[in-house]
Design a protein. Structure first.
Length: 275
């Protein structure tokens, strides 16, 4: 049986260069994402950072699932707010790419996993907003950005019962790693909270109607090898992708029409693209 194709979003990467040397600019993602998908039995394929809508749609058309990766802050104008003084590393081209990809994924009901920036992107795409700086905007906030010397389980989260995340982990409480200064604020349409940190910060979202849509604020790809319980998230994504691709092969089609959570017009209104 053919392995399901998992489309992984890539970022702009500005490499450090010595004075007088030309800086290399690349597109890519952490190898941890690729390895986690490969361990789960998927075929990882990178979607380069680009703003060509037709190219994005074509890539999504051959994918069986989507993995939205971590990275810099989403431009605050995408969710109707002026930027906080601590906002950083915005990339309007990546915002445009991932918002378009998410719109297509929702329309085609592609299984989707969003990690860190990815869960924030899912939320913004569905009309939600973000806390722009957790340390300054959340009273008595925990430390949410690890400065450990190795992969570190930094703080705990509590999973809501009767959620997909709770079923996957098989527990209500577990420790996670953490590398973020922004987080979900107002929850987007069609989403539900599935986990929180002890300070109340939202640590995960999923589709309220049970569709294969999941996002977490921590970084399971980094710790899935030393802490195998986190591999279950990638196993879930590949399993959902395999079920979807198998069903389409049996029907002799790909990308069948499904009812989107939001139609094109409402998605555009909910999340104007950064330019």
């Amino acid at each position: 049986m053919a392995k399901p194709i998992i489309l992984i979003t890539a970022s702009r990467q500005n490499h450090v260069a010595a004075y007088g040397e030309i800086q290399a600019v690349a597109t890519g993602c952490s190898l941890h994402y690729v390895d986690a998908i490969a361990r789960a039995g998927g075929a990882p394929v990178l979607l380069p950072r680009l703003a060509d809508r037709e190219a994005i749609q074509a890539a999504a058309g051959v994918a069986d699932a989507i993995l939205l990766t971590g990275g810099g802050d989403i431009g605050s104008l995408c969710y109707g707010e002026e930027p906080h003084v601590k906002s950083k590393w915005q990339d309007p081209v990546r915002d445009e790419m991932e918002l378009e990809l998410t719109r297509v994924a929702l329309e085609r009901e592609l299984p989707t996993l969003g990690i860190c920036r990815g869960v924030q992107l899912l939320n913004v795409a569905l009309g939600g907003s973000l806390i722009q700086d957790v340390p300054s905007q959340v009273p008595e906030a925990l430390k949410h950005y690890s400065e450990g010397l190795a992969a570190l389980l930094l703080h705990t989260i509590v999973c809501e019962e009767k959620t997909l995340l709770h079923r996957l982990f098989g527990t209500s409480s577990l420790a996670v790693n953490s590398y973020h200064h922004q987080a979900v604020k107002a929850v987007g349409a069609g989403l539900r909270v599935n986990a929180r940190a002890p300070d109340g910060v939202i640590e995960g979202l999923e589709a309220a109607d049970g569709r294969p849509l999941l996002g977490v604020q921590f970084h399971p790809e980094e710790i899935a090898e030393p802490y195998p319980q986190f591999q279950v998230l990638f196993d879930w994504l590949v399993r959902e992708a395999g079920a979807r691709s198998g069903a389409h092969r049996r029907r002799g089609e790909r990308g069948s029409h499904v009812q989107p959570i939001l139609d094109d017009s409402s998605a555009a209104d909910a999340a104007p693209r950064a330019r």
